[in-house]
Design a protein around this ligand. Structure first.
Ligand SMILES: Cc1ncc(COP(=O)(O)O)c(CN[C@H](C(=O)O)[C@H](C)O)c1O
Length: 340
């Protein structure tokens, strides 16, 4: 029986084109900036996203945390939307690596409440100073939801007025661009730093990029090295990243359509799904005793992640066959029958 893996788009495997590029990659020592393929990837990413420079790193967590280290002084606050990955799933790194303090603001569907965000900016000497405003697009825990460009621009205006930098956790920036039907550079526009993952929906086996101004690059590279992210012949990985940037975005619309079909099927099965939140490649469903349900589902050959006791996340991606979603729905129905 074919296992249908809906745990995350991080499970995507390198394509044959990526493997060929990896095998043929020209390499050098990237710590000395001599890996031609890493240099090509970084130049391509900066050009694609309309930023001055890009730094290749092993993970999205590292790109986010290096950005926070560049922006934040110890004891400064980073304002972020509730459920932000930089707070929820980068295990305490904010406090450990940058000495920053998270200040979460309400963000229904991942869209920050602008009034709450304005109020969260500290100026009193009795409080931690605000050092950064961060957004997440798409927003993972909110459901893979998209922050509208005009909201991003309003947040950037608030930050500018307050003299604050901005960071975008754009792990799934290309999913947001696909949903908005705009070039990726429009989603990245206006932020001081932007993280973009190659290893999720774009399909690369490893890696993320931190997009940033030239002036911040030396510090970002120093922090990357400090964290052990200085890589040697990383062109083998960057070669796949180039293919992912060039070919990956075209597959995302299908991922979104599969998620929509899955969501509608789950509703038909009686599960609680907020269809308004199903905008890209994620579906969150309310399922009683979620961990037990996920275990039963795994025994039926469908893998998904339980969040807490009553939510299950399903994520679609390019490695799924067209038959996988209908097949997954059949197996989900079986798993549900076993509970009744
Ligand atoms: C918005 C966002 N920003 C950053 C990251 C970190 O990327 P990696 O460190 O896993 O490369 C993730 C990974 N998300 C992973 C997933 O969704 O399966 C897990 C939760 O960490 C993310 O969703």
């Amino acid at each position: 029986m074919r296992t249908i893996d809906l745990r995350s788009d991080t499970v995507t495997r390198p394509t044959p084109a990526m493997r060929r590029a990896m095998a043929e990659a020209e390499v050098g020592d990237d710590v000395y900036r001599e890996d031609p393929t890493v240099n090509r990837l970084e130049a391509l990413a900066a050009e694609t996203l309309g930023c001055e420079r890009a730094v290749f790193m092993p993970s999205g967590t590292m790109t986010n945390q290096v950005a926070l280290m560049v922006h934040l002084k110890r004891g400064a606050e980073v304002i972020a939307p509730e459920g932000a990955h930089i707070y929820e799933f980068e295990p305490g790194a904010i406090g450990v690596l940058s000495g920053g303090v998270p200040r979460l603001v309400p963000a229904p569907y991942g869209v920050p409440d602008l009034e709450a965000l304005r109020r969260a900016i500290h100026t009193s000497p009795h409080q931690a100073p605000t050092g950064l405003i961060a957004l997440e697009n798409t927003h993972n825990l909110a459901g893979g939801t998209v922050v509208p460009l005009e909201v991003q621009r309003k947040v950037q205006e608030i930050a500018r007025t307050a003299g604050l930098p901005t960071h975008l956790d754009g792990a799934r920036l290309f999913n947001a661009a696909t949903y908005l039907k705009v070039p990726a550079r429009e989603v990245a526009a206006g932020f001081d730093t932007v993280s973009v993952c190659l290893s999720k929906g774009l399909g690369a086996p490893v890696g993320s990029l931190l997009l940033l101004p030239k002036a911040l690059e030396p510090e970002a590279r120093r922090y990357r090295k400090m964290l052990g992210g200085g890589m040697r012949q990383a062109g083998v990985l960057a070669a796949a990243g180039i293919v992912a940037l060039q070919e990956g975005p075209a597959h995302l619309e299908r991922d979104h359509q599969m998620a929509r079909a899955l969501a509608e099927g789950l509703v038909r099965l009686g599960l609680g799904v907020d269809l308004k939140a199903v905008q890209t490649n994620m579906v969150y469903a309310r399922v009683p005793e979620a961990p037990r349900f996920v275990a039963r589902l795994a025994a039926l050959g469908v893998r998904a992640n339980a969040l807490g006791t009553d939510r299950v996340r399903f994520v679609t991606h390019r490695d799924l066959d067209d038959a996988d979603i209908p097949q997954a729905l059949e197996r989900i129905a079986q798993a549900l029958e076993r509970t009744s």
